[in-house]
Design a protein. Sequence first.
Length: 245
Amino acid sequence: MPPERISISIVVPAFNEAARIGPTLETLCEHLQQRSWDWEIRVVDDGSTDATAGIAQSFAAEEPRLVVQREPHRGKGGAVKAGLLAAKGSYRFMCDADLSMPISELKSFLPPLLDGYDVAIGTREGVAARRVGEPRSRHLVGRMFNLAVQRLVLPGIEDSQCGFKMFRAAAVQAILPHTRVDGWAFDVEMLAIARAKGLRIVEVPIEWHYRSESRLSVGRDGLGMLREILAIRSRTSGGVGRVNR
C-alpha cells in the first residue's frame, strides 16, 4: 500500500501581530514549499486593529495556498476554532503566531513518525522536550497552573497549554460543536471534550523557545482561567453523555 499523502492546514491565530506575522509566514512558507504535502496556511485575523491582516494578505498575493480569514474579535480560542472548522486539510495544526516551536518539529506530528491518534499535542515537559530561554520563575508558575489543570480536568496530560496541537479533521468535527470557551482555557476544554468522547490523545515532545512578547500572564490571567477550568470540569465530568447535551 502506498504511503498516505499528507494533507495539512496550518492555522495561525493572530491579533495585532504586525510586528512578527511577517517573519512567521516567511518561515512557514519556505518550509512548506519544500514539502510534497498538500498544504495551506490559514491566518485567522482576530479583529486586529493594526496591519496584521494587510501583511498577511501581501503574502497571500504571492502564495495562493496562504489564506487570510478575517473574524470579529472573540479571543484566541474563537480564532483557533474558526480556523480549524474552515480548514481543508486532513490534519489541522494549531500554530502560535510567535512560532516559538521550530517549524522543523512539524514532522513529529505526522506520519510516518506519528500515527494512530486523533489529537497530538506538543509538550514542553519530559526528557525528550527542550525549553530554551524561559525564566525559571515563569516555568514554576506555569507548572503550578498545569498541575491544577491535571488535578481538576486532565489527569496525565503534562502540558495542556502548549500552543502547538494537531487535530485530525474528524476530531475537529467531533469536538468543536460542544465548545463554549473563547478565552485562554479553550484548549483545555477541547482536550477535555476529546477525552470524554474517547478520542486518542498523544503528547509530542518538542523544542520550545520562550518569547517575552507573549500576551498570556498566568499571574494576571490565572484567576479567570481557573474559573473557566472549573466550569469546564462541571460540563465534562459526566462524560460523553454530559458533553453531548
